[in-house]
Design a protein around this ligand. Structure first.
Ligand SMILES: [Zn+2]
Length: 281
């Protein structure tokens, strides 16, 4: 069953993620025509009323909203971050196409997809890798391999940045079975992964015609992959679009390919301890 062929409507949760986890039904039905494009680049120019997405989980250093949307009603929870490095926006059009597709045919019986549009809207507005404090938000997580860098690109301590702290709280509450984070790199496109994600990475890459690159070739202390993938065992895919090329259209097919055939397993609370307070830094 292909995502594009489904005709069901999607419910968007506007209540808490906890309600989804506990099995509550879809509370609101939307049509694709209701979906506005994510302002690009950044949110600097939008009026307050334009932030019409279901939920704002926090604000950036410069006060831009961190916006999330939820699609679907299924038992398998997928968390997608549309951007973490502000100068890597190549996947934004692809993300919008995914949102449109999910609104029409969300695999509602299989997936619940929670999308954080842009974890670094200040960086996006400035076209900078880091946030407004020049911290790399993919080095600011409470992974065991976190080490504060002298130039402060990691932040002084894990979750020192408002954007990271907000995303950490939201992801932890949502308790996803899979995390996707969108980046770009000159050597792209390819899929990198951490944690028990070799099969989803292979399936996604196969559907996209991308490569799988298990190792980035350089250390990523304090990264999301280190924290969620290696420390907590949550499968996480790093989607590296080709830098400067916005033509990649892979999210809809990739998500569909992973969803069919039970490639993704629903994550249950009984799977193991998720007490993140026990994870050191
Ligand atoms: Zn990146």
């Amino acid at each position: 069953m292909r995502l594009s062929s489904l005709t069901g409507l999607v419910g968007v949760f506007i209540t808490s993620a906890l309600a989804v986890v506990s099995g509550a039904g879809c509370s609101r039905v939307v049509k694709a025509t209701e979906i506005e494009p994510v302002p690009h680049p950044g949110y600097a120019d939008i009026a307050p009323e334009a932030a019409r997405s279901p939920e704002i989980i926090g604000f950036s250093h410069q006060g831009r909203p961190l916006v999330v949307e939820m699609f679907g009603c299924g038992p398998v929870r997928v968390y997608i971050i549309g951007g973490i490095h502000g100068d890597e926006t190549e996947g934004r059009t692809d993300l919008h196409e995914l949102r449109m597709a999910l609104a029409e045919s969300p695999l509602a019986g299989e997936l619940t997809v929670r999308i954080l549009h842009d974890m670094n809207p200040d960086g996006t507005a400035m076209k900078s890798r880091g946030n407004a404090a020049d911290v790399d938000l993919n080095r600011n997580w409470p992974a065991k391999n976190f080490r504060p860098a002298r130039n402060n690109e990691t932040g002084l301590s894990p979750l020192s940045e408002v954007e990271t702290a907000a995303a950490h709280a939201d992801i932890t509450k949502f308790d996803p079975a899979l995390i996707l984070v969108m980046h770009s790199i000159r050597s792209g496109p390819f899929v990198n992964f951490d944690g028990p994600a070799s099969e989803p990475a292979a399936v996604f890459a196969g559907s996209a015609g991308w490569r799988v690159v298990p190792d980035m070739g350089y250390a990523t202390p304090g990264s999301m992959g280190s924290y969620f993938g290696r420390d907590l065992g949550v499968p996480i895919l790093t989607l590296e679009y080709k830098r400067g090329d916005e033509s990649g259209r892979v999210l809809v097919q990739g998500l569909n390919a992973m969803a069919v055939g039970n490639r993704l397993q629903a994550r249950h609370k009984a799977d193991g301890p998720r007490n993140v307070d026990e994870v050191g830094n």
